[in-house]
Design a binder for this molecule. Sequence first.
Ligand code: FAD
Length: 293
Amino acid sequence: MKLSDFFAPGQLGLSYELFPPKTERGEELLREQLRQLTEFAPDFVTCTYGAGGSTQGKTLEILCQVQADCRLPVASHLTVVGQTVEQLREYLERARDQGISYIVALRGDPPAGSEKFQATPGGLRFASELVELIRGEFPDFGILVAGYPETHREATSGQADIDNLRRKVDAGADVIVTQLFYDNADFFRFVEQCRRAGIEKPVVPGVLPVTSLSQIRRISSMCGARLPEGLVAQLERRDDPQWQFEVGVEWATRQCEELISAGIPGLHFYVLNQSPATLRILTDLKAEELRGN
Ligand code: FAD
């Protein structure tokens, strides 16, 4: 199925993002979680590539398992970090041969220990160049790219970041998935800026439910997401994991309700191999009814 079909007007697309587990036990747990998550009939599942030190080779392996176990279309994330164009081509060939339908085309973050992204000799500099490579040589892949409601931290300005997104779309991206955010006003402003810049592709909000204060402080310092004072104040009220989980789920559920009322084309959950929060939110939203399943 074409990516755009999941996010067509009147639809509420649903996708989950996983990362490759590092141990066999992690793989078993992931299989169990997927059994529950697939009850909400997601349209596709994505798996990160080299993010946070995860091994790149495992991405395709996990996706092949998801395809076989869940009979769902899958998307491989792919970054240009540390790779020549030839190596990127080889990866894309392998992905195509293994029946992967979609690619989340990314530049990637600098490897651990480096402050700044450095292009590999013989490699690419920007995600837009990867989109160009895929569209030109692997036209059957659907392509997703990243968008930043709070502006990418390296961008020289908000407008420069939107101009970059426009380059990715002009190069052939089908769908934009956003970085996580906790204030819907940032998302709505971003979508408006996209439309003003002539970007008409679906913009799908990325949702990462907070499950603890320490988790969210770590993640937001990595990706630069702003934490609203009201959310932090509620989380700080009790140093109790169950309390913080409930606060995070409640916040994300309210966020999703407002986004859905505003007519978003779909939801992308950063499940990141921790399914309980996503399962609770989808249950509380009555997602099956909303999606007409
Ligand atoms: P780009 O779109 O290339 O942008 C990078 C920066 O360069 C931006 O500041 C942009 O404004 C600027 N820029 C782009 N083009 C130009 C130009 N021509 N001239 C000047 N400036 C330019 N990381 C991983 O390592 N693995 C993953 O699996 C992964 N999955 C992700 C999934 C999603 C949905 C999101 C939102 C992010 C993900 N990331 C992942 C993180 C991502 O790799 C980082 O945010 C990275 O820093 C930027 O990647 P990008 O694809 O947005 O880069």
